[in-house]
Design a protein around this ligand. Sequence first.
Ligand SMILES: [Zn+2]
Length: 106
Amino acid sequence: MDKNRIRSMWFLCLGGVLCLSACSKESEPVEISEDQKEKVLVALVAADAVDGETDKIIKKCATCALRMDGKDEHAMQLEGYTLQFCSKRCRDICAKTPVDILLKTQ
Ligand SMILES: [Zn+2]
């Protein structure tokens, strides 16, 4: 009797952990479709060159059309590039719609 109880509690725990890991995955950057990837990469290369260094770190805020300086604390990864944003808000906007944002920087 008690054994069954412990077992069901164990499964509840396991279910909770699985749910948590699934939920945390939602905050990862969105997937970019194959046909958009090429355009996004062109935009990333161009945005990377704006700060004078092609080091795969984009130091200007893409959401602000590369007009503002980005900060390391508001950075995100995309297609092997590090994008730095001027604020958390800009970072969140780009994390949700990276294609729209990056194609606007061109
Ligand atoms: Zn910004």
